[in-house]
Design a protein around this ligand. Structure first.
Ligand code: AMP
Ligand code: ZN
Length: 124
């Protein structure tokens, strides 16, 4: 049974990555946030920014997660530049947060795709 918001869901792929049970290429981590390279990148820079806590998707968010989500949004531009995205405005980056089946979400642990780098990209 997969819960919507818990500290760790033993059946969740991204919880296993946070726990080090599945390898990942680390971009960043702190107490609350983990970032790692997407295994099938669409763009020269493509990493995923996730809460360490298991939150299934944006659909489960409440005010209790407002500060965490704010921290992720403020962190994204800094990590994008550190990972090789070119500066705004000629460069920039794309954030994508697929939510639910019709939103194209495949892994049910909230994640923000951060993509950037010179075009063309494979997708997106
Ligand atoms: P989404 O369709 O938004 O749920 O995206 C899930 C993303 O997770 C895809 O871009 C996958 O390439 C990526 N992904 C799946 N498994 C792994 C993994 N083990 N390590 C890194 N990225 C992964
Ligand atoms: Zn999870």
């Amino acid at each position: 049974m997969t819960e919507n918001i818990v500290d760790h869901d033993p059946n969740c792929l991204f919880c296993k990555i946070v726990a080090g049970q599945i390898p990942s290429k680390l971009v960043y981590q702190d107490d609350e946030i983990y970032a790692f390279h997407d295994i099938h990148p669409w763009a020269p820079v493509h990493f995923l920014l996730i809460p360490k806590q298991h939150i299934a998707s944006m659909a489960q968010l409440t005010d209790a997660q407002a500060a965490l989500m704010g921290r992720m949004m403020v962190l994204a531009p800094k990590l994008a530049l550190a990972q090789g995205c070119n500066p705004y405005p000629a460069g920039g980056f794309r954030l994508l947060c697929n939510t639910g089946a019709e939103g194209g979400q495949e892994v049910p642990h909230l994640h923000i795709h951060v993509m950037g780098g010179p075009r063309p990209w494979l997708r997106g």
